[in-house]
Ligand binder design. Structure first.
Ligand SMILES: Cc1ncc(C[n+]2csc(CCOP(=O)(O)OP(=O)(O)O)c2C)c(N)n1
Length: 317
C-alpha cells in the first residue's frame, strides 16, 4: 500500500496496534510458544514517529517491548508471528521469541531482554559506522527503567565524548514494571539530563506522532552531519499492564483513564482532520491490516515447529 506521509504514519500506528492485539489474542488461544511477551499498546506514536525519520541505511536497537519498533521499521509480520509461535520460519528459527526478534537486513539490530543492555550495542554500532565513514545513524529505544542503569550513563557519555551518530530515545511510559518514574529518579526532565553530557536533549509528547517525528528528524540529521547524539524523552503511557499477567493495580484508576484518553491514533486524526484521514481511509486500512495479519497467522500456523535437534546450530564456539 503506497501512502503519503501522514497516512503512512497513521497506518503504521494502526498496524502496530492491531498486530499486538492479535498477538495477545493468539496468546490467549495458547498459540504462542511463550507467554514472555510485552506489548506497547498506547505507545505506537514513538516507534512510528522515530522510524519514519530514519533512512534505509540507518540502524536501530530495541527492547523487551519491541514489536512496535520492528513493525515501524518495516519488519515482516509473517516471520515475526512465526517466531512468536516458536516456528522454524521465525526470525530466530523459533528459538528467541518476542524479546529477541532481529532483522539486520532492515537495520534492526535486535530486541533485547536485558534492560539497558542494548545501549552498549547501539553505541558500538555508531562507533563502527563512524570508523567506517558511513553516514548511517543508529537509533536506540529504551524505557525510562533503563535510565538509571550504569550502562546508560557509560554509553551516552562515550557517544557524547566521541560525537557518535546515535540517538537515545527514552520511551517514558512512566512505570518500570510497578515502579513509578517519579519514585525512581530525582531529575524528571530529559532536556536537563542531556545537559550533563553536553548534548541536546528534548522532552516531547510521545502521544503526538507528528511532534515525535519532528524532533527525531532534527536529531537524526544532526547526528548524520557528525554533530553527535541527542537524548529524546518521549512521554507516553502503556495502556495495558507490564505483561499479560499484570493488572497494574499500582496505577491510580483516574490516571489510567486520563492517559488512555490520550490515544495516539485519536490524537493524530484530531490534529490532521478528516480531509487527511477520512473514515473511509480508516476502514480501508483496518481491512488491509486484518488481511495481512490473517496471512501472518496462517503462515505461522502452517510452519513447522522449531526442532530441538537444531538447538546447537548458529551458535559461536
Ligand atoms: C538488567 C535487567 N534488570 C531487570 C530486568 C527485569 N525487567 C524486565 S522489564 C523491566 C522493567 C523495564 O522498565 P522500562 O525500561 O521502563 O520499560 P517498560 O517495561 O516500561 O517498557 C524489568 C525491571 C531485566 N530484564 N534486565
Amino acid at each position: 500500500m503506497e501512502l503519503d506521509l501522514t497516512k503512512s504514519l497513521y497506518h503504521s500506528m494502526l498496524l502496530i496496534r492491531r498486530s499486538e492485539e492479535r498477538i495477545l489474542e493468539e496468546m490467549m488461544k495458547g498459540n504462542l510458544a511463550s507467554t514472555m511477551c510485552h506489548v506497547s499498546i498506547g505507545q505506537e506514536a514513538v516507534a512510528a514517529g522515530v522510524c519514519s525519520a530514519m533512512q534505509p541505511q540507518d540502524y536501530l536497537t530495541s527492547t523487551h517491548r519491541g514489536h512496535g519498533h520492528f513493525i515501524a521499521r518495516g519488519g515482516g509480520l509473517s516471520r515475526m508471528m512465526a517466531e512468536l509461535f516458536g516456528k522454524e520460519t521465525g526470525y530466530c528459527k523459533g528459538r528467541g521469541g518476542s524479546m529477541h526478534i532481529t532483522d539486520v537486513s532492515i537495520g534492526h539490530l535486535g530486541a533485547n531482554g536485558i534492560v539497558g543492555g542494548h545501549l552498549g550495542i547501539a553505541t558500538g554500532a555508531a562507533l563502527w559506522t563512524s570508523l567506517n565513514k558511513s553516514d548511517a545513524v543508529t537509533v536506540c529505544f529504551f524505557g525510562e527503567g533503563a535510565v538509571n542503569e550504569g550502562i546508560t550513563h557509560e554509553s551516552i557519555n562515550m557517544a557524547a565524548l566521541w560525537k557518535l551518530p546515535v540517538i537515545f530515545v527514552v520511551e517514558n511510559n512512566h512505570y518500570a514494571m510497578s515502579l513509578a518514574w517519579e519514585r525512581s529518579t530525582p531529575q524528571l526532565s530529559f532536556t536537563e539530563r542531556a545537559r550533563a553530557y553536553g548534548i541536546p536533549g528534548v522532552d516531547v509528547d510521545g502521544q503526538d506522532v507528528l511532534a515525535v517525528r519532528e524532533v527525531a528528524l532534527e536529531a537524526i540529521e544532526r547526528a548524520r552531519r557528525g554533530e553527535g547524539p541527542t537524548l529524546i524523552g518521549a512521554h507516553t503511557y502503556r495502556f495495558l499492564g507490564h505483561s499479560r499477567a499484570d493488572p497494574s493495580k499500582y496505577r491510580p484508576a483516574e490516571e489510567e483513564e486520563r492517559e488512555r484518553a490520550r490515544d495516539p491514533l485519536t490524537i493524530m486524526r484530531a490534529k490532521v482532520g478528516a480531509e487527511m484521514i477520512s473514515d473511509q481511509d480508516v476502514e480501508a486500512y483496518e481491512q488491509q491490516v486484518k488481511e495481512v495479519l490473517d496471512a501472518a497467522v496462517k503462515f505461522a500456523e502452517d510452519s513447522p515447529l522449531a526442532q530441538p535437534s537444531t538447538l546447537f546450530e548458529d551458535i559461536y564456539a
